[in-house]
Design a protein around this ligand. Sequence first.
Ligand SMILES: Cc1ncc(COP(=O)(O)OP(=O)(O)O)c(N)n1
Ligand SMILES: Cc1ncsc1CCOP(=O)(O)O
Ligand SMILES: [Mg+2]
Length: 208
Amino acid sequence: MPSLARLHLITDTRPGRDPLSVVRAALTVAGADLVVQVRVEDSATDREAYDLTRRVLALCAPYRATCLVNDRLHVALAVGAAGGHVGADDLPVAAARRVLGPTAVLGATARAPGTANEAVAAGASYLGVGPCHHTGTKTGLPDPIGPAGVRAVVDAVDVPVIAIGGVTAARVPALRAAGAYGVAVVGAVSTAADPARATAALIEALTC
Ligand SMILES: Cc1ncc(COP(=O)(O)OP(=O)(O)O)c(N)n1
Ligand SMILES: Cc1ncsc1CCOP(=O)(O)O
Ligand SMILES: [Mg+2]
């Protein structure tokens, strides 16, 4: 299995966004060094999620970039994506692992060492850890854990930690110093005036 890319771009499907053009731009810069996670609004139908994921997968394929699906693991299986990501409101990690099979990429959300350990024991192959900073992309989240919170999880597990929540290129060095393997972003790329340039800045920050 290829190693996990350090930059995870999560699709922004809020009204008025154009997730496919953002994914296209990011891929031209990052290529295989990108994970694209398809995340749709809870109100989206399975058919909408399926159609978007098929399109994202088609964009990723020529670059050999990894495509994951948030929450809806049946969609991941249906399109042949590399795996999925689950959190507290989704299938439990062990159940998600059974659904996806032993070799799929499976991410799980954690914000503390205890839940992080449980997720890894249940079969998570990476952890999404946060929110690290305040974010305008998702509401109802607990307080940000900052780089120190990331460090606490990193020290507890032996899988890659992907920091999420308010991540910008400027914030990457502190997160990497805290032991984060990589970062997941929505707004830093999708609301940028130039998503390709924003992707390049994140890649550069992650490679320093
Ligand atoms: C890489 C990564 N980390 C965390 C999340 C959040 O997942 P979850 O807690 O299930 O929340 P939703 O994204 O489903 O609203 C993620 N998607 N990706
Ligand atoms: C889905 C999710 N889970 C925790 S923060 C977040 C949103 C991250 O978006 P942004 O990169 O715009 O802060
Ligand atoms: Mg979820």
